[in-house]
Design a protein around this ligand. Structure first.
Ligand SMILES: [Zn+2]
Length: 97
């Protein structure tokens, strides 16, 4: 298990009309980006993009963010994002580049 500050993984928000409704960040092992969508956008707590899988979010910045449930980046790792830290609790499965 390893912990990585989310802010160190080049986090970028998906944004529409001033609402941040999701986020992409890099796999800490191989650098491939993966994304999540929020149930509750920043700042208005709206579900901007209702289709598909969403994560309940607390914290408005990468430094403070927590997501529920856990985050699996398929082909890479399984993790939890809590209080701005990505906690990887699986082996990395990243494909060779
Ligand atoms: Zn990877």
């Amino acid at each position: 298990m390893s912990d990585y500050p989310l802010a160190s993984l080049d986090p970028q928000f998906y944004e529409l009309e001033g609402e941040k409704y999701g986020m992409v960040f890099d796999c800490p092992n191989c650098g491939v980006p993966g994304g999540v969508f929020f149930t509750n956008s920043i700042p208005s707590n709206k579900n901007i993009r209702p289709a598909g899988i969403h994560w309940q979010r607390t914290g408005d910045t990468p430094e403070t963010m927590s997501l529920t449930p856990s985050v699996k980046m398929y082909g890479h790792f399984h993790s939890w994002i809590r209080n701005g830290m990505l906690s990887v609790d699986s082996l990395f499965e990243c494909l060779p580049k």
